[in-house]
Design a protein around this ligand. Structure first.
Ligand code: HEC
Length: 122
């Protein structure tokens, strides 16, 4: 599905016909494409490969029912706010050396949109 969308997007870009919406994904789009394969955000749902992200904004790290890495548990004093999420999502292994999460999002604009979306996950 994602591969297909990429293909369509590449084809559209190649023809110079990329619609603005495809070129500028929303925070929800970024979440769907880059996070949802490992994380659920449905309140009360069992975690997937990664912990459930419902209510992640404002909670402390490693505080849900999930088999966190030792590295993550050691960071339990971290509160997930805009600054900590920004640092973590840029390059998780730099913010929390030894974390199991390897997905990274170096693009600042994408991170800003994504974090604004994470705030809405209740
Ligand atoms: C390939 C799977 C995978 C992807 C993709 C992924 N994550 Fe994770 N994520 C994990 C795992 C595994 C952990 C647990 C890390 C640990 O215990 O060290 C985690 C942990 C987290 C945490 C800490 C949660 C807590 O309860 O303290 C946040 C926040 C997070 N991920 C956000 C995201 C966001 C936002 C994205 C999309 C950009 C994303 N993740 C993409 C696997 C993934």
């Amino acid at each position: 599905m994602i591969a297909l969308r990429r293909l369509i997007l590449c084809a559209a870009l190649g023809l110079g016909l990329a619609p603005a919406a495809a070129a500028q994904p929303t925070g929800a789009d970024i979440y769907k494409q880059r996070c949802a394969m490992c994380h659920t955000s449905k309140a009360g749902a069992k975690p997937g490969i990664g912990p459930n992200l419902a209510g992640v904004y404002g909670r402390t790290a490693a505080s849900t029912t999930y088999n966190y890495s030792a590295a993550m548990k050691k960071k339990a004093a971290v509160k997930w706010d805009k600054a900590s999420l920004d640092a973590f999502l840029t390059y998780p292994g730099k913010f929390i050396p030894g974390t199991k999460m390897v997905a990274q999002l170096p693009d600042k604009t994408m991170r800003e949109k994504l974090i604004a979306y994470l705030v809405t996950l209740k």
